[in-house]
Design a protein around this ligand. Structure first.
Ligand code: PLP
Length: 483
């Protein structure tokens, strides 16, 4: 029997898609089974027939079901992607980032205009929020034109710090004082200030592998060394691997994303996060939690950042509006707790303060309720894009290709056949008008030569589908040329 618990709040159309997908995933609906008729489904879940039709058409586009003329919709026999094996064999000595030249080449490439943007992790663009932000900015300009042209205070505009603190209370039930928060130039500066406050040149920093390439470049620029810690493809960094690393190496700090790492896109279970906090407290090591994707789980669940679990460990949380609203505003933050004076001193030395108009605009945007409404619409859009991308990879790439199964965020991590060099693929894709991110950048040792990161954070369109088909054909070509 089809399980029809549709829950509340989500869009009706999305509810039907999720309901069918969940029944397929759980095996209740099997390949070849007929879906309930449009009318029956509409009666069962209390949505209109056109809405059910729209959902079935979308499921067809996702290649989960197929329409048979005059008969109805049936569950497809689909090839599913196997899960990536992301370990990359870490365990060597701490190293400095190996990929400076490649990083420069990739950034030159992906910043070209008019490319199909599969290289940049820019999930807020899947449902751009320009109108809402412009409205908020207009209201700010009408009220505080003069003020917004001046310098904001070093730690940031109180209105925004209060909104951020309120959001922690509202979404997680935790009490963060606005005075503990320092506004930064995006998540990148938050990570830079956090790292500079706990470590210095020559120190060893533990990172997950694969890792966000920007943090690797940062560690390198600060003269620090990175040591990679093994991850599990479904749950992110492995606490037992952190323990082994802390026992073997003189680690000064860890930088992990326990909610939606980049590029794996998965979340650490709560009990492991608790063990992680106990571990770093026992070893007297700082933890910098990169939480820039914390709001972007597809299911809207907001796991508790490690800093808010009861402990005496030294933990800093780095957040940002780049992934959830507007990367061009360059506004992020650190929940610095008792280190706020140290962070403020560093912030003043490095960049004085952050854009005032952008801070006021974001505070207004949050206070109006538009931010929450935007996130509620963005998450299902991202889930839908992730499903579409996985389905097209399963259809158009060689059978050995494996993918991540993200819980949220905006990127898919692909393991291509061993013989495929993702750096060469990056070059030929740029020539074909498509940006991608070669996997080597996700490791300080340049591991993952046959891995590729693709972004699904943009409005889905035919050009995206054509780009994925082109990439699949190119991977086939490269794999067969080398055999
Ligand atoms: C995991 C992660 N952390 C931090 C950042 C930097 O964020 P921002 O653009 O706010 O500086 C990014 C951006 O790609 C990211 O993916």
């Amino acid at each position: 029997m089809l399980h029809t618990d549709t829950g509340h709040g989500a869009f009706k159309y999305r509810q039907v898609i999720d309901l069918i997908a969940e029944n397929i995933d759980s095996g209740t609906l099997r390949p070849g089974d007929r879906l309930p008729s449009l009318r029956k489904m509409s009666e069962r879940v209390g949505v209109s027939v056109p809405t059910v039709r729209q959902a079935y058409v979308e499921l067809e586009r996702l290649r989960r079901v197929e329409a048979r003329p005059k008969s109805g919709y049936y569950v497809r026999h689909v090839k599913r992607n196997d899960l990536v094996d992301p370990t990359g064999n870490p365990g060597g000595p701490p190293v400095s980032c190996a990929c400076r030249t490649l990083m420069e080449r990739v950034y030159d490439g992906i910043n070209q205009p008019d490319l199909v943007p599969l290289g940049i992790a820019n999930p807020s663009m899947a449902r751009p929020v320009a109108k809402g932000l412009h409205r908020a900015m207009k209201r700010v300009m009408a009220r505080a034109e003069q003020r917004s042209l001046g310098y904001a205070s070093t730690v940031g505009e109180p209105l925004l710090r209060r909104q951020i603190a309120y959001r922690y209370l509202d979404t997680l039930g935790v009490n963060v004082e606005p005075d503990e928060i320092c506004i930064t130039n995006g998540g990148q500066e938050a990570l830079m200030l956090a790292l500079s406050s706990v470590a210095t040149a020559g120190d060893v920093i533990a990172v997950e592998t694969p890792a966000y390439h920007g943090v690797l470049e940062l560690i390198d620029s600060l003269g620090m060394l990175a040591i990679e810690v093994k991850t599990c493809p479904e749950e992110g960094v492995e606490v037992s691997a952190v323990e082994a690393t802390l026992e073997k190496h003189p680690v000064k700090a860890c930088v992990f994303s326990t909610t939606i790492g980049n590029p794996l896109g998965v979340t650490m279970p709560d009990e492991d996060r608790r063990r992680l906090v106990d571990l770093i407290e026992r070893h007297d090591v700082a933890l910098i939690e990169d939480d820039v994707y914390g709001e972007l789980r597809f299911d809207g669940q907001r796991p508790m950042p490690a800093q808010f679990l009861d402990s005496n460990a030294h933990i800093l949380t780095c957040g940002s509006f780049s992934k959830s609203a507007a990367p061009g505003y360059r506004i992020g933050w650190i929940v610095a707790g008792e280190s706020v004076d140290t962070i403020a001193r560093l912030k003043r030395a490095f960049s004085c303060s952050s854009g005032f108009l952008q801070q006021l605009t974001l505070a207004e945007f949050m206070a109006s309720g538009d931010y929450e409404r935007h996130l509620k619409a963005l998450r299902p859009e991202l889930r839908c894009n992730a499903d579409r991308m996985s389905a097209l990879v399963a259809q158009h790439f060689p059978a050995e290709t494996r993918t991540s199964k993200p819980d949220g965020g905006g990127v898919l991590w692909l393991e291509l056949p061993d013989s495929v060099d993702a750096e060469l693929l990056f070059d030929s894709a740029i020539d074909a008008g498509i940006s991608t991110l070669p996997g080597k950048l996700s490791s300080p040792r340049g591991a993952y030569p046959n891995f590729l990161r693709l972004s699904f954070g943009h409005p889905w369109c035919e050009a995206t589908e054509d780009a994925l088909k082109w990439l699949g054909a190119e991977v086939y070509r490269m794999a067969s040329a080398s055999s």
